[in-house]
Design a protein around this ligand. Structure first.
Ligand SMILES: Nc1ncnc2c1ncn2[C@@H]1O[C@H](COP(=O)(O)OP(=O)(O)OP(=O)(O)O)[C@@H](O)[C@H]1O
Length: 145
């Protein structure tokens, strides 16, 4: 007895790209990397908060080089700076998507944006703690009374 066939609820599958025409793995990775870089530069151009983070990152890196941080201290600073950038980029993406999906007022849209902004706040507070613990004693020893 032939197997029963049910209609696919997702509809017909799209025509697969023939293997010969599909770009190679390396080319696809390079394209994805390009899209990600474009995301960072677009956000950097349009988001004031991110421009502030960029300026703060430059100051932190310059101060770290000047004070001669250890490898472990650099690792902590890199995690802190990367965490803030990551949270801010995700927040920017969530804000854009929320505005697209809910251009008018909606409590859920407000909640979405507030929670995303909360992630940035937590990442910034953690970075502040790292900054105080790593840079505080060195700055105090060098420029303190
Ligand atoms: N569509 C909406 N519906 C309900 N509340 C919203 C909506 N859009 C924004 N809000 C509220 O207003 C706050 C500020 O939103 P807004 O889009 O201005 O982001 P922002 O925090 O000013 O970020 P940025 O300065 O990066 O644009 C949100 O955190 C949320 O509480």
């Amino acid at each position: 007895m032939p197997a029963a066939s049910f209609p696919d609820p997702l509809g017909p599958a799209p025509n697969p790209v023939p293997p010969a025409r599909r770009p190679g793995l390396l080319r696809r990775r390079a394209a994805s990397f390009g899209h990600a870089l474009r995301g960072v530069t677009v956000a950097l151009r349009t988001e004031l908060h991110l421009q502030f983070h960029a300026a703060a990152s430059v100051v932190v890196l310059a101060l770290g080089a000047y004070l001669g941080l250890s490898r472990l201290e650099w690792a902590l600073v890199a995690l802190a700076v990367g965490g803030v950038w990551t949270a801010e980029l995700v927040n920017t993406a969530i804000e854009a998507l929320t505005d697209l999906v809910s251009p008018g007022y909606h409590p859920l849209a407000g909640k979405t944006k507030d929670v995303a902004a909360g992630a940035v706040l937590l990442a910034a507070l953690a970075a502040l703690a790292v900054g105080l613990l790593v840079f505080g004693p060195k700055v105090w020893a060098r420029w303190g009374p």
